[in-house]
Design a protein around this ligand. Structure first.
Ligand code: ZN
Length: 173
């Protein structure tokens, strides 16, 4: 299955509509469970953020319980993306994400080397920081990306890391 980054974002928006999400923070755990995917937390190696696989027909998401809760939310949303967009791939083999790969997503994106991860990050960013809720949170105004306190306050509202919020804002409203 091949999807574009925009299609990945659209899928996230469709799920938010389905679920009737109207306010931040987005209840990513409840969304995952409502889609009949098992969400499991386990202490993993520091370098691993999460994994997605299908076992006996059941979708499973594993998240590194040792990471910060906000980072766990992004990891869970990223793994949900693999279930929603890449089921044909993860049903063949367990998909494991290293934290480094997510951290350096912009470099990878620039190189165009890892389309699946770029798509999953775009989905996760849109799911956790949907355009409409961001615009509402900014009260119709913009945000100064150099104002760390403002970015951090916005990130707290959406229960994401400041770096995830920067990534989302960089992709535009
Ligand atoms: Zn991934």
């Amino acid at each position: 299955m091949t999807v574009t980054v925009e299609q990945a974002r659209q899928k996230a928006r469709a799920i938010l509509d389905d679920f009737g999400v109207k306010t931040a923070p987005v209840p990513v755990e409840r969304i995952i469970k409502a889609r009949n995917i098992a969400l499991q937390y386990a202490p993993l190696d520091e370098a691993l953020s999460g994994m997605a696989y299908i076992k006996d027909g059941v979708g499973i998401i594993g998240v590194n319980a040792l990471h910060h809760p906000n980072r766990q939310r992004f990891s869970a949303a990223h793994e949900l993306a693999h279930h929603e967009l890449h089921a044909d791939i993860i049903e063949k083999a367990v998909h494991v994400d290293s934290g480094l790969r997510v951290l350096f997503r912009d470099e990878l994106s620039a190189q165009g080397t890892d389309d699946l991860e770029v798509q999953a990050n775009a989905f996760a960013a849109e799911l956790l920081m949907p355009r409409e809720l961001l615009i509402a949170a900014l009260d119709g105004g913009g945000i100064d990306m150099d104002d760390d306190a403002a970015v951090e306050a916005l990130a707290r509202k959406f229960r994401v890391s400041a770096s995830a919020m920067r990534y989302r804002l960089a992709s535009g409203l």
